[in-house]
Design a protein around this ligand. Structure first.
Ligand code: AGP
Length: 607
């Protein structure tokens, strides 16, 4: 979603802002702009569409050593130059960028209109610039505090005033903001990827905090002006990790990074001596873990599919009733939070509003929520009562791939811990560890030759509809496969339990609606084969995703992809990878913007 970058220091601001905006592109946006300050005046350039539309207007020589930039993902008002950020007040002396949603913007706007203020855009954000102008009495920080005290909703804001040429002021409530501390220069951003080319020293701004920044120092206070001492964190990511490293797209790169990401997610977390896992961040003693008799996992999108797989694994090996919960639904269901239940909030970005608010609702009722996040220092990671980082490295493509398999890894380890405290024997635990440790190498085998998947994508990309069908633990894999295909290729795809199609979706089957069946050699194989035959009998084309050497399935299907043989519980990893590649190649075939699909945002920070 929207992205923010701010710069304050000795260097020309414009190129730094543009570069920062490029690093934020992956979040998804539809317009972009910058404001640069010089000699007590601001220059604002903003355009609908891609950052490249600013080219010609922004030059490296553009004067100004302080500035703010923004990529907008439209919520209030269409995609127009006027609605792009930064927004200014009537005098043009104040410029602001804003992420989030101002819920009470209409009454605020009505009041300002009644006072004769002219609005140049349809956005909720513009009220901030005008409110600041009303409160400004020579101190931008004070004006920001008065302004945000009136605002209801979520915000990450950075403001500048031409009368205070060396200062940026930021404020946060529910929308991330991070300060990058450089050598004689400072950066403010919504996301560390925008600034790690310049500095790895960061300070995460918390809700209710205001930060005032010059090139040399910063001051953090709350809204009552109490000073807050912040500590500097070091970002572990390397710059190369947010670059394509020879791949055509980030999605392709991230699919190929999965073996390594899974290894990283298990590093130091397997205790071979006791054939169990070790997740230090859980902040729970073994006694407390033993008392847990129910697990609920809050998530959205791909993370929700990971949660569904996790529920099968936890129930299967730890015998603990586990449910995956759509965070957006749970929050408004007046959830029943029981003693001895353990909650997880699982989120790649750690910023997904639906998941964050559901987590807060459960915590408010006294529930304990652990986070499983990728982005270090993200809001969910910080606000949860403990948790696990999956350490997949930055995931830049909007479509989540490596985070999914790393999330599974974290849950498999948790399931192992819980299982080994209950009925799983040492031998069973050791076997589970061995199987989990063999997953990266098996994925490498799938990735070593993708020509068959490419060929398949070339032939199937022309279809407008597709079904993905799986059963048991591979049912959520089918859901995830369908989500991936529709996200990046815009082919309408549905995931179903293979058993369910006879209850309705089979009506869709004809020669123009192919089905991809996930057919591992598990206890449900013969039933899935029957479902395949039902589709074939209705002239439906069938792609099977089967296990090496499964000639029976190959003989029924029109096309077959094979994955290495494995134990039942490990198939979600192996079956997922070919479906990610299939979606990727279909998107390429259809000429889609793979890394930034239309209308989508990487981190969905609005409800
Ligand atoms: C994944 O491909 C999607 N873009 C999306 O469904 C995503 O998984 C969802 O928005 C949740 O994101 P999170 O993991 O960062 O919370």
């Amino acid at each position: 979603m929207c992205g923010i970058i701010g710069y304050c220091g000795p260097r020309p601001a414009a190129p730094i802002l543009i570069e920062g905006l490029r690093r934020l592109e992956y979040r998804g946006y539809d317009s972009a702009g910058i404001a640069v300050g010089r000699d007590n005046a601001l220059t604002v350039i903003k355009r609908a569409g891609k950052i490249s539309n600013l080219r010609g207007h922004v030059t490296p020589e553009m004067p100004g050593i302080i500035g703010i930039g923004h990529t907008r993902w439209a919520t209030h008002g269409g995609v127009t130059d006027e609605n792009a950020h930064p927004h200014t007040d009537g005098s043009g002396k104040i410029a602001i960028v804003h992420n989030g949603i101002i819920e009470n913007y209409q009454p605020l706007k009505d009041r300002l209109l009644a006072e004769g203020v002219h609005f140049a855009s349809e956005t909720d954000s513009e009220v901030i610039a005008h409110l600041l102008a009303g409160f400004y009495r020579g101190d931008l920080e004070a004006a920001v505090k008065e302004t945000v005290s009136l605002i209801k909703g979520t915000y990450g804001i950075v403001a500048m005033h031409s009368d205070e040429p060396g200062r940026l002021v930021g404020a946060r409530n529910g929308s991330p903001l991070v300060l990058g501390v450089g050598e004689g220069e400072m950066f403010l951003a919504s996301d560390v990827t925008a600034i790690i080319a310049h500095t790895r020293q960061v300070i995460y701004i918390e809700d209710g905090e205001v930060i005032s920044v010059t090139g040399r120092d910063y001051r953090t206070t709350d809204l009552r002006d109490n000073q807050i001492v912040k500590h500097i964190d070091h970002v572990g990511w390397e710059l190369e990790e947010i670059e394509k490293a020879g791949f055509t797209h980030f999605m392709e790169k991230e699919i190929h990074e999965q073996p390594e990401a899974i290894r990283r997610a298990t590093t130091g977390r397997i205790d071979h001596e006791f054939a169990t896992g070790h997740l230090g961040g859980l902040n729970l003693s073994n006694r407390e873990l033993l008392e847990i008799n129910r697990v609920k996992i809050l998530a959205a999108g791909t993370s929700y599919h990971a949660a569904m797989v996790a529920s099968y694994v936890l129930e299967s090996i730890a015998r603990i009733p586990t449910t995956a919960e759509l965070a957006s639904e749970l929050r408004y269901r007046n959830p029943i939070v029981e003693r001895n239940s353990l909650y997880f909030a699982i989120s790649q970005s750690g910023e997904t509003a639906d998941t964050l608010y559901a987590m807060r609702e459960v915590q408010r009722k006294g529930g304990r929520v652990l986070g499983i996040c990728n982005v270090v220092g993200s809001t969910i990671a910080r606000e949860s009562d403990g948790g696990v980082y999956i350490h997949s490295g930055p995931e830049i493509a909007v479509a989540s791939t490596k985070a999914f398999t790393s999330q599974l890894t974290a849950f498999y380890l948790f399931a192992l811990i819980m299982g080994r405290m209950r009925d799983v024997s040492f031998e069973q635990g050791a076997r589970f560890v061995e199987e989990l440790e063999s997953v990266p190498e098996k994925i490498e085998r799938i990735l070593a030759d993708t020509t068959r998947i490419q060929d398949l994508a070339r032939r199937y990309a022309r279809y407008d509809n597709m079904l993905f069908l799986g059963r048991g633990i591979n049912y959520p894999v089918a859901l995830e496969a369908a989500l991936k295909l529709k996200e990046v290729s815009y082919i309408h795809a549905e995931g179903y339990s293979a058993a369910e199609i006879k209850h309705g979706p089979i009506a869709l089957i004809n020669e123009e609606t192919p089905s991809l069946f996930i057919v591992p050699d598990d206890g449900l194989r013969s039933k899935v084969i029957n479902n395949m035959k039902e589709v074939k009998a209705r002239q439906g084309r069938v792609i099977a995703l089967a296990v090496e050497g499964d000639q029976e399935v190959e003989a029924i299907a029109d096309d077959t992809l094979f994955v290495p043989r494995s134990s039942e519980l490990m198939y979600p990893f192996l079956m997922t990878v070919p479906t990610q590649l299939f979606a990727y190649y279909c998107a390429i075939e259809r000429g889609c913007n793979v890394d930034q699909p239309r209308n989508l945002a990487k981190s969905v920070t609005v409800e």
